[in-house]
Design a protein around this ligand. Structure first.
Ligand code: HEM
Length: 536
């Protein structure tokens, strides 16, 4: 039935009613509580296509695509990647609102079928904040990566760094041989973390090292991919991009390597039990031992640890620790190659503070502030994890916009690091900016200064930060102290116009080409190694 509306009714009631809404709307909107008023407000968003949403706007270097969209849509915008609702934030203020003020809501991560496949569905880094995550977080913070354990493992790191320097020195002495620094950094960082986790080196020989490096590279690349089949709703059945196939192959390779390590350790434990030796405990308990203790323990623990959990956790930590640390070193060396005056200043600092009679050690860290500034400047321009990605577990109101539960939130640290609003002449590599007096105090990379969050922040922030900071400082310092280097291209020709700074896609943002150099010794390394028989 249609109700007849007379002209009188329209003029007497409807038009005045509509006009009053128009006039009073701004007043009411101020009076209404913000939360209510904005319940359905969403941040700006580009035009979406059916089914794929905004996928067509994204390149494989997501942080670059997100930065371009930031320039058009502002600090907070909304995207549909297939059927997944996403929000991208590109200011330090929003980073703080999302990950500090609302850290419980944005504490989960996106776990794709490929990640589940690769990580035995038992990853710590991808698990929601629940009893398993809390249990492992406690072990990571108070055992594996505690200050006490890091000190216990100082001799191990020193030994690995000495080996690394010796390898470089041997290659430098064979004058024509070029050195692939990308691979050497990855070998070093994977040896350090596998030494701490399994008291075993990843790369006793070059073939094994190559295998590990390839697997880690593959895992981080897969972790950083959007599988179109998942986000447009086909789920586990389709594999248009071959990501699931790659994950299966990589998983198989990883599994074989891990099984080998675990089997070796089990043999060692039985031998130790028989001999009742205590040496190992004195040298610092590794993660594998801790986990095997928990798995084999008869007492009921908070969480049941299985063989698969152990493999998943080793994968988590090796992957998280190897690539990130190695690629930071590589970016730093690349920037120093392109900025010889900064390299000179760094050499001078080391020569003045440490001299040429002993090798730089971890304990020199606080006395070498310029090296730390170089590391911070590298983090700013080349954050190893360019996008901090979390998933919301509840609805949340951010700056008047509604962010529904289950949304993916990206904070684009790469974009923030290059934004002239937060950094003067952002494209200039200038470590001095971290040493100059600054309104608001100095900027540190430890998770409290939201302009610079290389390790993330809050409860889901990186537990490996203390180890990474020690490693980065000492390794970069020793390379600067011990060698002059000249970057060469794939034909072995010296690159006179500077090294290429293009990135490769993935969860981390490594350089696209390996850093290959001709090395020239700056010091008499064999004599120094002999003199300072251990690096402290
Ligand atoms: C330069 C080196 C490193 C960088 C830049 C880095 C960066 C990060 C970032 C950005 C996150 C995510 C944080 C967030 O969501 O707020 C993370 C998580 C993590 N990192 Fe690191 N990391 C580094 C080294 C390490 C090392 C050496 C280890 C282990 C020894 C490690 C283990 C982890 C783990 C296990 C997580 C997951 C934590 C969780 O989900 O609760 N990282 N890292």
């Amino acid at each position: 039935m249609v109700l007849p509306i007379s002209t009188t009714t329209v003029f007497s009631y409807v038009i005045p009613f509509l006009l009053s809404i128009l006039i009073l709307r701004p007043i009411f909107s101020k009076l209404l509580p913000k939360h209510h008023h904005n319940l359905l407000r969403r941040p700006p968003s580009p035009m979406a296509l059916p089914v794929i949403g905004h996928l067509h706007l994204l390149s494989s270097n997501l942080h670059r695509s997100f930065h371009e969209l930031y320039c058009r849509y502002g600090p907070l915008y909304q995207l549909h990647i297939g059927n997944q609702l996403c929000f991208v934030a590109s200011t330090p203020q929003l980073a703080k609102i999302f990950y500090k003020n609302n850290e419980f809501i944005f504490s989960s991560r996106n776990c794709s079928p490929a990640v589940i496949l690769l990580t035995y569905d038992a990853s710590f880094a991808f698990s929601p904040v629940g009893s398993y995550w809390k249990f492992i977080k406690k072990i990571a913070t108070y055992e594996l990566l505690s200050a006490h354990n890091l000190n216990n493992f100082l001799p191990l790191r020193a030994r690995e760094i000495t080996r690394f320097l010796q390898t470089l020195m041997n290659k430098a002495e064979a004058k024509e041989t070029t050195v692939n620094l990308t691979k050497e950094f990855s070998k070093l960082t994977s040896n350090i973390i596998s030494g701490m986790m399994m008291s075993s080196r990843c790369s006793e020989n070059d073939k094994e090292a190559e295998e590990i490096i390839q697997v880690v590279k593959e895992v981080t690349e897969i972790f950083g991919m959007f599988d179109v089949a998942d986000v447009i709703g086909f789920g586990g059945w389709f594999d248009f991009q071959g990501i699931k196939k790659r994950a299966r192959i990589t998983h198989k390779k990883y599994d074989a390597l891990l099984e080998k390590f675990i089997a070796t350790r089990k043999k060692l434990r039985s031998k130790r039990k028989l001999e009742e030796t205590k040496d190992h405990e004195e040298a610092g308990k590794d993660l594998l031992d801790l986990l095997l203790d928990i798995m084999e323990s008869e007492t009921v623990s908070e969480v049941k640890i299985t063989h698969d959990h152990i493999k998943a956790l080793i994968l988590d930590f090796i992957t998280a620790a190897t690539d990130t640390t190695a690629l930071t070193l590589e970016w730093a060396i690349a920037e120093l190659t392109n900025n010889p005056s900064i390299l000179k200043k760094a050499q001078q600092e080391i020569d003045n503070v440490v001299g040429k009679h002993r090798i730089v050690g971890e304990l020199d860290g606080p006395n070498l502030p310029y090296i730390q500034a170089i590391i911070n400047e590298t983090f700013r321009l080349h954050p190893p994890v360019p996008l901090l990605a979390r998933k919301s577990v509840e609805d949340c109101n951010v700056e008047g916009y509604q962010i529904p539960s289950g949304s993916l939130v990206f904070v684009n640290m790469w974009s923030i690091g290059r934004n002239p609003k937060y950094w003067e002449n952002p494209m200039e590599f200038r470590p001095e900016r971290f040493l100059e007096p600054r309104e608001g105090g100095p900027i540190f990379a430890k998770g409290h200064c939201f302009e610079l969050l290389p390790f993330g922040t809050g409860r889901r922030g990186c537990p490996g930060m203390p180890l990474a900071m020690r490693e980065l400082h000492v390794v970069l310092s020793t390379v600067i102290q011990c060698f002059e280097w000249k970057a060469v291209d794939s034909n072995g020709e010296i690159m006179r116009n500077g090294v290429d700074m293009t990135e490769r896609p993935g969860l981390t943002a490594p350089r696209i080409h390996d850093m290959t150099c001709l090395l020239v010794p700056r010091i008499d390394l064999p004599r120094m190694i002999h003199q300072s028989s251990s690096l402290k």
